[in-house]
Design a protein around this ligand. Sequence first.
Ligand SMILES: [Zn+2]
Length: 183
Amino acid sequence: MVVSPASMDANATVDTLRTQSGLSLSESWWKFLCRIQVPAKVKLFHNGIPTNSNLAKRGVLVDSLCLICRRRSESTMHSYWCCPALKVIRAGCPFMRGIKVNDNFDFIDFMLLCRDKLAKADLELLCLLLWRLWHRRNCSVHGSTSLPYTDIIPWSESFLSDFRNANSGGIPSAGVSKMAAPS
Ligand SMILES: [Zn+2]
């Protein structure tokens, strides 16, 4: 069964995909992590990252507001993808245009949806982008240098290209090795 782009934003779609795969959510997630070829530390994203919303749920913070846009609660999906401040990133990812999600969408479901709808290269670039965006968010929130949004996609593409070259015996491009990897 082919799921049309128009229905990609429905939770029912995710449930359908799970049922089709015959795997539990946990099994699907681990299979996904094994499939993507990105640095191991990039694979550490998950629903429980310390966004303000998650910290508020744990009683660590009272205010769950996103400190970047100061408009909405900083859920995992908001922080990674839906924050209004990330508009330029979303606009720069044409491969994501058919995937509609909101702040309340489950992050793991989002990634599994992307796994099923994106080409492998695009999926890996998305992983790099999310990783870099979380690093940028932390730099901004904690008061260190704020990375320009316009640099996020080119940096992620270069980093991923070098990673692929390194794993295929190629020669890394100049410059990228000097960049600090996100924490
Ligand atoms: Zn925000």
